[in-house]
Design a protein around this ligand. Sequence first.
Ligand code: NI
Length: 177
Amino acid sequence: MVREIVKYGSKVLRQPCAPVTQIDPSVKALVRDLFDSMGAAEGVGLAAPQLGVLRRIVVVDVSRQHPELLPISLINPRIVSAEGRETAEEGCLSFPDMYGQVPRHTKVSVEALDINGKQFTVDAEGFYARALQHELDHLDGKLFIDYLSPLKRQLIRGKLKTLKNEGERWDLEHSQA
Ligand code: NI
C-alpha cells in the first residue's frame, strides 16, 4: 500500500529506531508498504521512519540507475566496513525538490536480515553505497541536511521553514493524544 511519506519537520524523522526482534506479519506488511511508497515516489530508497514507524527497516532500489542491482529490503542493517570518501549531490523523499552536497564513503559492506530472517551482506560502491548510507542514517534520526555547509543551510532556510509546517501537520494528525 502506498502511504504518505513524512516530511521534514516531523519529530519521527529525528528519533532513533528500535531493532526488529521478530519478523512478524506487521514487519512484512511494512516492507511491502516501503517498496510501494518508494516506487510511487520514484525514490531510490526509503526508511521506516519516513512512514512514521520507528523500526530499523529500509528499502533501496537503484535499478533505474543500475539495472543489474535488484531492489532490496534490509532489516536491522549495520555497516561492517567502509572505505573511501566522495562528495556528491543527494536528495531525500522527506525533502521534496531539495538537494545538497553530502560526503559519503565510496564503498560499504552492510550486514542485515532479509524478510525471512536470514542474515546477508551487501557490498556496495558509488551511488548504491551512497543510497545505503543515506537510508541507514534515517534509522538514527540523521538527515542529509545535517551534512550541508552553513552557507548552503542558510540558502535553503526559507524552503526548510515552509516544509517544516508539513512535518508538523503530520505529527498533529498522528498524535496519540
Ligand atoms: Ni532520505
